[in-house]
Design a protein around this ligand. Structure first.
Ligand SMILES: [Zn+2]
Ligand SMILES: [Zn+2]
Length: 347
């Protein structure tokens, strides 16, 4: 279903200001049977993120994701939930696909407004709490990772000064979803399935009756989700390829992504993501030769001629290292690792 053909239902329009009507028309739409999409703004690209509000056959509502922790995003989400579900008291469960701030940033406001149980993937929940409670140790992890990759000193120092990448806490996480298929307490029709890679504990919501998936950032329509090294999983690229393999088997009819339009040919898109993930590995192998190279040297070769801002440099290191470690584990490239350096080569 394309946004242009989306049915907009506004029963409560009487008495609203033009601005309130504008906000609702811009942000909330019935995107699939019993599933509403609420779009909230982001301060930077990709400019917006979608939350999804699903109505189950027992009359209960599940909210999947929220938005970034800004007043503008909250206003849009609040208007959307009031319009689609009639108010926050109708929400029985809040599910967060993954810990990134554009998806989880409003979780505490949703919890306050609704009192609904909050469920998220086990590993992301653990990671989020750890990041919040151990900011200094997190900064040291980032510094040592970049140091091992031989990144420039200014990038290492910048990364050490970053604020914790976790939503406002204390946030009561009521249910840790398993790293497999799991149930959302109090919600019928839907299960969650583990879709790691983008984060270690990423989950998606799945409705078997029409094989519909609310995918967060696991499957996006036009960009390949970022996959980076993390401390919870040894091989996030393998995790992602395995998750995509599971999605292939499910023969999905539609994927509702966290960013962008619904994916109405999911099999083709999932196959494309598998190809693209493998092709990225092939491109990295082509950059290697018999001389061992640091990750930073390989990042420079990978992005030759492009000036990356620091956040993208950091992401490029994490992503390049994830691919290289995956290739090394598969025997496709050679590597040496010491506490101080990791290098890769290809013979
Ligand atoms: Zn994300
Ligand atoms: Zn996202």
């Amino acid at each position: 279903m394309s946004p242009a053909s989306t049915f907009i239902w506004i029963p409560a329009a009487a008495g609203m200001t033009t601005y309130q009507l504008f906000l609702i028309v811009m942000t909330v739409s019935l995107i699939a049977p019993d599933v509403w999409r609420i779009t909230t703004p982001l301060g930077s690209r990709p400019n917006s993120v979608h939350a999804y509000l699903a109505h189950d056959s027992s009359g209960r509502w599940m909210l999947v994701d929220g938005g970034a922790d800004t007043d503008a995003a909250w206003e849009a989400l609040d208007a959307g939930v009031r319009e689609a579900a009639g108010g926050w008291q109708a929400i029985s469960a809040q599910v967060i696909t993954h810990m990134h701030l554009d998806h989880a940033g409003l979780a505490y406001r949703v919890a306050d407004a609704s009192g609904a149980h909050l469920a998220m993937g086990r590993l992301d929940a653990i990671r989020m709490v750890h990041a919040h409670e151990n900011a200094a140790e997190e900064a040291e992890y980032r510094r040592s990772l970049l140091h091992r990759c031989a990144a420039p000193t200014e990038l290492i120092e910048w990364a050490g000064r970053l604020p914790p990448a976790s939503p406002v806490l204390p946030l009561s996480i009521d249910c840790l979803l398993a790293d497999r298929t799991d149930y959302v307490p109090g919600i019928d029709d839907w299960v969650t399935i583990s879709t790691p890679g983008h984060t270690a504990g990423h989950i998606s919501a799945y409705r078997h009756s029409d094989r519909l998936l609310i995918a967060g950032d696991a499957v996006l329509p036009t960009i390949t989700p970022t996959i980076g090294v993390n401390r919870q999983r040894e091989d996030p690229i393998a995790d992602y390829l395995q998750a995509l393999g599971v999605l292939e088997v499910l023969r999905l009819t539609t994927v509702l992504p966290g960013h962008g339009d619904p994916i109405t040919a999911p099999a083709a898109r999932v196959a494309e993501l598998i190809r693209e993930t493998r092709a990225e590995g092939e491109r990295l192998i082509a950059l290697l030769g018999p001389e061992p190279l640091s990750t930073w040297r390989i990042v420079q070769a990978r992005y030759r001629g492009r000036e990356l801002p620091r956040p993208q440099q950091m992401q490029a290191v994490r992503e390049t290292l994830a691919h290289l470690q995956h290739l090394a584990a598969a025997g496709a490239v050679r590597s040496t690792t010491t506490p101080d350096a990791v290098r890769f080569w290809h013979v």
